[in-house]
Design a protein around this ligand. Structure first.
Ligand SMILES: [Zn+2]
Length: 125
């Protein structure tokens, strides 16, 4: 039996509303289904050759917004980053799903620090 929280009337277990006063009865609380853990971004470990370039791709983000957020976090930590796909994404933003990702590039010397920084952020979240 479910008891109405308003008038105290007992109602059938499957009742949605109190048959006495019409108050909505409390439903048994079901835990929300667990959200599948999807990474917001993927690290792109640079090869030895990549590390000799001016810029290496730190990570690929699914959206420009995510890439921007990472860029601003890096900037706050004193690491300059560059989004080579930014202007392209703005032009073909409507086609986001087929295009797929936005790269965040940084100087190779900053790679390890940037990765550590973002890994820490990920663990906090
Ligand atoms: Zn009631």
């Amino acid at each position: 039996m479910k008891q109405c929280s308003y008038c105290g009337r007992d109602n059938a277990d499957d009742a949605l509303f109190c048959r006495e006063c019409g108050t909505e009865l409390e439903r048994p609380s079901e835990p929300p289904p667990p959200e599948p853990q999807r990474p917001e971004y993927e690290f792109m470990p640079p090869s030895a050759a990549d590390r000799t370039k001016d810029l290496v791709t730190l990570i690929s983000c699914r959206t420009l917004v995510a890439a921007d957020m990472i860029a601003s976090r890096l900037r706050a930590a004193g690491i300059e980053s560059f989004l080579p796909d930014e202007s392209l994404m703005q032009v073909i933003g409507w086609n986001l799903n087929t295009y797929g990702y936005v790269r965040v590039q940084i100087a190779p010397k900053d790679y390890d620090a940037a990765r550590d920084l973002l890994t820490e952020i990920g663990q906090d979240a």
